[in-house]
Design a protein around this ligand. Structure first.
Ligand SMILES: Cc1ncc(COP(=O)(O)O)c(C=O)c1O
Length: 441
């Protein structure tokens, strides 16, 4: 008898679930068994409106025919081919397609399998870039408090979320952190980019003065910090970071794993804020979340620094078995086609005003201490229960799921980032239901 995968399994023990309260979940499981466009179907047959694009990744919605068909076709035609010393056309095509929508100045793409791997790749390229140019003393990496750059050792070292760091030993040496930009006293309930905090970028000058610019390889920040609870860059902040890094010969890396592929209404946040970094890390929306794939985007200057030495020699000793995997590449091309044909980045920009009004209508509801938004992303911050941080938001998440909407929580912050195909009526349902949940807490 074939297994019926639409029913919940009766033994949940073996799968150690990632970033999950495993014991709570296994007592009271929440299972999705199907998805279409804006909705998931649960194992008990309910429809749940996806307020988070899966995990900030299904920007075109779910089970989109073009992407499904491209994967099926590619799996039957060329399932796998190595990308070390061999090639296959579709990876080159996808790289070109990504460059086509990237900011002017970005010319090369290095494929990975996830956001975490994109981050490790970019940090390694940054250090190796300086060494290739004869500045081998530039090894120091600068991240930011409350930054999220995935879960590998480089990423948690430059990242700034304490629970992701404190269990895991000494991490990478030679790392410093800029202060985070979350200033609720001045910026609470700002619509869009906050006014206050650009000068926090000046802290980079302090770090440079402390260590010497000649020891610093790169600064990595999320242009808009997502996973820590949607923290927007204050007006002028990213411009200042760019000016200071440039002045001191330090590479600037934008981690665009969430902001890439339309979330803010442009292909990338770099275009939205009009600030060009030296590298961008991406994943998620690259394949609509359907097949694991990430990519590091670089300027010609970064790439060309490696293109020296004998031509038969490998220039960068780095890569993954699945870098540029054919099926992932096919999914990527079909995803970019879908974004383009349906004008989804423009749609996100057009809907952002409606989204802003909707989410800010929750101001004044019980426990709401801040609301933040940009593009099609938003956060509602709740006052923690004294002595029990995260509990209030987790309870909201559970009640929301029972009422048929998927939201995400981090600490006591509720984050939402719906697929870019969401309609105004669905925005009303999502925010209206969340309002009911907040009133019930
Ligand atoms: C900014 C950022 N960087 C890196 C990652 C890690 O991506 P992944 O989970 O694909 O490794 C994430 C995931 O949410 C992210 O938001």
């Amino acid at each position: 008898m074939p297994l019926d995968r639409k029913t919940a399994p009766n033994d949940l023990n073996a799968f150690w679930m990632p970033f999950t309260a495993n014991r709570q979940f296994k007592k009271s499981p929440r299972m999705f068994v199907a998805a279409k466009d804006m909705h998931y179907t649960t194992s008990d047959g309910r429809q749940v409106l996806d307020g988070t694009a899966g995990l900030w990744c299904c920007n075109a919605g779910h089970c989109r025919p073009k992407i499904t068909e491209a994967i099926q076709k590619q799996a039957a035609e060329l399932d796998y081919a190595p990308a070390f010393q061999m090639g296959h056309p579709i990876a080159f095509e996808l790289a070109n397609r990504v460059v086509d929508i990237a900011p002017k100045g970005i010319e090369h793409v290095f494929f990975t399998n996830s956001g975490s791997e994109s981050v490790e790749t970019a940090l390694k390229i940054a250090i190796a870039y300086h060494r290739a140019r004869g500045e081998g003393s530039r090894t120091r990496l600068i991240g930011r408090e409350r930054g999220y750059h995935g879960v590998n050792f480089g990423g948690i070292s430059v990242g700034g979320i304490v629970n992701n760091r404190r269990m895991f030993g000494t991490l990478l040496g030679g790392v410093d952190h800029l202060p985070h930009t979350h200033l609720p006293a001045q910026n609470a309930f700002t619509k869009g980019q906050p006014e206050h905090g650009a000068t926090l970028a000046d802290d980079l000058e302090r770090i440079v003065a402390l260590h010497g610019a000649e020891t610093i390889a790169a600064v990595i920040v999320e242009p808009m910090a997502g996973s820590t609870g949607v923290l927007l860059p204050p007006k002028g902040y990213l411009e200042k970071l760019r000016a200071i890094t440039k002045k001191h010969g330090i590479l600037l890396i934008f981690d665009e794993v969430i902001t890439g592929f339309g979330r803010l209404g442009s292909a990338f946040a770099a275009q939205h804020f009009d600030v060009l970094p030296d590298m961008m890390t991406t994943a998620k929306g690259l394949t609509n979340g359907v097949i694991p794939m990430g990519a590091v985007l670089t300027t010609a200057e970064v790439h060309d620094a490696f293109m020296t030495g004998p031509e038969h020699m490998i220039e960068l000793f780095h890569g993954y078995t699945y870098s540029g995997n054919p099926i992932a590449s096919a999914a990527g091309i079909a995803t970019l086609d879908t974004y383009k044909e349906e004008g989804l980045f423009e749609r996100a920009a057009e809907l952002s005003g409606y989204w802003q009004d909707a989410i800010h209508s929750l101001k004044g509801l019980p426990h709401v201490i801040d609301i933040r938004n940009m593009g099609l992303i938003g956060a509602v911050e709740l006052e923690p229960i004294p002595g029990e941080p995260t509990k209030r938001a987790f309870e909201a998440f559970l009640r929301a799921y029972d009422k048929g909407i998927l939201i995400r929580t981090t600490g006591d912050i509720i984050a939402m980032s719906p697929p870019l195909i969401i309609s105004k009526t669905e925005i009303d349902t999502l925010i209206g239901t969340l309002g009911d949940v907040l009133k019930s807490l």
